[in-house]
Design a protein around this ligand. Structure first.
Ligand SMILES: Nc1ncnc2c1ncn2[C@@H]1O[C@H](COP(=O)(O)OP(=O)(O)OP(=O)(O)O)[C@@H](O)[C@H]1O
Ligand SMILES: [Mg+2]
Length: 165
């Protein structure tokens, strides 16, 4: 039997980000282009820079980055700028059932906000069919390698990201 669905297009950019300021600036570039319904899953070890990037993304959407804290204990925090953003952190979540209990699914299905999830690899089943995955390699004061993977036609031709000059 042949499948009628076409393969999901995927492209990945690899960037070198030397400082936290550059990571924030990368986030601002992503945030400036973010659309309602976009889903970004972030991965990387403790202290990799996921929250720095999220703060930059929010700033790029016109949200005061000082109001963007880590939602590790409350799971999801909502912000409003040029568009609404729901910022989630799955670090302390056990499984999909626990995630359902937070009402996260309703926020995703609503489609009017962009969704940013730190530690998406804890519950990869929560990924929608189309998403941007940002993986950050490195910690401490070392430069970070950042892998930006676009999955699905929604991200095709968008978010052309380059290394800082
Ligand atoms: N190139 C860099 N990119 C990002 N952060 C950097 C860089 N160099 C140093 N840092 C520092 O690393 C730390 C990253 O912390 P951050 O809270 O963003 O990590 P995280 O990935 O969200 O961790 P957690 O999983 O604990 O939430 C910050 O203190 C930041 O100043
Ligand atoms: Mg964090």
């Amino acid at each position: 039997m042949t499948s009628t669905s076409s393969p999901t297009p995927t492209t990945t950019d690899r960037l070198t980000i030397a400082t936290a300021d550059d990571m924030f600036a990368l986030g601002q570039r992503i945030g400036a282009e973010l659309l309602p319904g976009d889903f970004i899953g972030l991965t990387g070890d403790l202290g990799a820079g996921k929250s720095v990037l999220v703060r930059g993304i929010c700033a790029g959407c016109g949200i005061d980055p000082c109001e963007v804290m880590s939602p590790t204990f409350v799971i999801v925090v909502s912000h409003r700028g040029r568009l609404a953003i729901h910022h989630a952190d799955f670090y302390r979540l056990g499984d999909m059932d626990e995630l359902y209990a937070t009402g996260f699914d309703d926020l995703v299905n609503d489609g009017r906000a962009a969704i940013l999830v730190e530690w998406i690899d804890r519950i990869p089943e929560a990924l929608p069919p189309e998403y941007l995955r940002v993986h950050i390699d490195g910690c401490g004061e070392a430069p970070r390698e950042v892998f930006v993977e676009r999955v699905g036609p929604r991200f095709e031709g968008r978010l052309a990201l380059q290394n800082p000059q």
